[in-house]
Design a protein around this ligand. Structure first.
Ligand code: ADP
Length: 593
């Protein structure tokens, strides 16, 4: 799965300039005032650098050759001034850029979260937690790094080089030309490095995501990991993912570092050449030694920014991989792009109707002409073998996916023509594996109706038979439930979920009965709570208990995404068809007892 994602994402490796342009367009404007100030500081700092090279001419000619004692003081004073100015400018520029950078990350993380929340279920079906987390942390900071790299290169490094090259050309045009001879081999070598770095950065992202996913699985599945002594396997998977990332990081480090010996050696040649020619012209042709010295100083000072500029390509390409992934998510289409223009659903009775619904996740159809009605205020049970499409029916009613044919109608209204929010507000859901957030019990119930008063929350909890156990907890309603509700028992979690649904008071209830048996007392409390919850609502229940189907007003038997039998328990049982066989299989233990 990870590899497929990687291959898809990196299909276009040459969009680097376009990506940088887009990043600049989206971020530069917001901060243009501050960037302008940073550029000003960089210009000051570059000018100071050029000044320090230029002054070398006076150091040599006035101090050492003319032995002018007074000049020593003047020049020393100027040097102190130049370096102080440079220090202050660098400070200013660093602070400004860091603050902009942090603000860019914050902005992108907000945008990313908003986008992820708006995406359809299909995205989550195909994206691992590790990948989402990685996009949040790594990719947003990659965007900041690219901005920094480009701004610093364009500002600090290019301006420094321009200033210093100006000094060089002014002091000695011919020598300046000679020092340019190292450019072509440097460019060719760097281009080669860039290609390799890009490839490695891609596989690094894939391995990083894997680490995050493994960590998540360990944290959430710790009970399974421990009880099945699965630590060894997890450790091995982790070891291999970690080793991959380590190896890839080392490779990138080596490739990035390789620009150093490359530039040093080439630089050494250039400088040696210049000393040969420059020394010759000073000694034999009687040229100005101060100008020569100033030239060498400018060259040496230009060397660092030039080296950074040479490495820029490599660094940019490492980070651009992340930026590409970031935009991939930011550019995804929202699940319900037209939602804003739609009216709200008006639920009066609460009748739910599925009309010839067609849907497939991948290739095989999950729903294949599903037609059924859940009458208002009644209990409609869905039964069928695993994979028959029961959960998919719920997902379609909640509009987690869009139908590929047919429609879901609520009180005769096609749900795709109304806002998703108004639809979901009218639906409460209680599933067998209730997800609780790592917050207090109170906050977990409040999700049913945000802003509900504590009295209402308590009322809902009482009706859900949850009040008692909540009060028995150390901090009552403010007690934490732990990650995923780990601090509560399975039965308690379900009752919190029932309280949540109770509080929402939605007219339509989707109920996925627990398959795992609880102890009799818990079970009894839950059944009583559920009976209260179902009262007066249109209830669709994925039934796993005989008692539920017996009490249901209508039962629909699902097979391969279709309804094959409908009726109440007695009628269906008498028919001696699929339902009866299902009853005998699924509810065997209950039937016998
Ligand atoms: P049931 O709830 O009756 O067990 P489901 O509605 O979960 O059945 O599944 C119907 C079919 O859709 C099955 O073949 C199942 O493998 C497939 N399916 C369910 N969820 C997904 C998903 N998220 N991605 C791909 N296929 C899925």
């Amino acid at each position: 799965m990870f590899k497929a994602i990687g291959d898809k994402l990196f299909a276009d490796p040459d969009g680097a300039p376009a990506l940088i342009r887009r990043l600049m367009r989206e971020n530069f404007r917001d901060y243009r005032g501050r960037y302008a100030l940073a550029f000003l500081f960089m210009a000051v700092s570059a000018a100071a650098g050029a000044g320090s090279a230029a002054i070398m001419k006076n150091v040599i000619n006035e101090v050492f050759i003319n032995r002018d004692a007074q000049m020593v003081y003047i020049i020393s004073g100027i040097v102190i001034a130049i370096f102080t100015i440079r220090g202050a400018a660098t400070y200013g520029q660093q602070v400004i850029l860091s603050r902009i950078g942090n603000s860019i990350i914050a902005k992108l993380q907000r945008r990313m979260y908003e986008k992820v929340n708006s995406l359809g279920m299909r995205f989550f079906d195909h994206t691992s937690f590790g990948e989402i987390a990685n996009r949040f942390s790594h990719n947003t900071s990659a965007a900041r790094q690219v901005m920094d790299l480009v701004i610093l290169a364009a500002g600090r490094d290019v301006m420094s080089v321009i200033g210093l090259v100006a000094v060089m050309v002014y002091q000695n045009p011919l020598l300046s030309l000679i020092s340019l001879t190292i450019m072509p081999p440097a460019i060719i070598a760097v281009a080669h490095l860039v290609r390799r770095v890009r490839k490695i950065a891609k596989s690094q992202f894939v391995s990083q995501s894997k680490i995050l996913s493994l960590v998540k699985e360990t944290a959430l599945g710790i009970r399974v990991v421990k009880s099945f002594n699965y630590e060894g396997d997890m450790q091995r998977s982790m070891d291999s993912a970690v080793a991959d990332v380590e190896r890839q990081a080392n490779k990138i480090a080596i490739l990035t570092a390789r620009t150093s010996p490359l530039m040093e050696t080439l630089g050494g040649f250039a400088i040696a050449l210049i000393i040969l020619y420059g020394g010759y012209s000073v000694i034999h042709l009687g040229q100005d030694p101060g100008a020569f010295f100033s030239f060498i100083t400018a060259l040496l000072l230009a060397y660092d920014p030039m080296k950074r500029l040479a490495r820029l390509q490599v660094n940019l390409n490492t980070q651009l991989v992340g930026v590409r992934l970031l935009y991939e998510v930011l550019d995804m289409e929202e699940a319900h792009p037209n939602d804003k223009n739609l009216p709200d659903l008006n639920v009066t009775k609460g009748e739910v109707k599925l009309d010839n619904l067609q849907f497939h996740y991948d290739e095989a159809p999950a729903l294949d002409g599903m037609t059924l009605t859940a009458k208002a205020g009644e209990v409609t049970a869905l039964v069928g073998a695993s994979g028959a499409g029961k959960s998919t029916v719920f997902a379609m009613i909640e509009r987690f996916y869009e139908p590929q044919g047919g429609a879901v109608l609520i009180d005769g209204q096609d749900v795709t023509q109304y806002t998703v929010k108004s639809l979901r507000k009218n639906i409460a859901i209680v599933t067998q594996d209730t997800f609780l957030f790592d917050r207090s019990v109170r906050e977990n119930i409040e999700i049913g109706r945000p802003g509900a008063s504590l009295e209402d929350i308590m009322e809902a909890a009482k009706n859900a038979n949850a009040h008692e156990f909540i009060m028995a907890m150390e901090k009552g309603y403010d007690s934490p439930v732990g990650e995923g509700g780990l601090l509560l028992s399975g039965g308690q979690r379900q009752r919190v979920a029932i309280a949540r649904a109770m509080l929402s008071n939605a007219p339509i209830l989707l109920l996925d009965e627990a398959t795992s048996a609880l102890d009799a007392e818990s079970e009894n409390k839950i059944q009583i709570a559920l009976a209260r919850l179902m009262k007066g609502r249109t209830t669709l229940v994925i039934a796993h208990r005989l008692a539920t189907v017996r009490d249901a007003d209508t039962i629909h038997v699902l097979e391969a995404g279709k309804v094959i039998e409908s009726g109440n328990h007695d009628a269906l049982y008498k028919m001696d068809g699929v339902y009866r066989r299902l009853c005998e299989l699924q509810f065997r233990s209950e039937t016998q007892s």
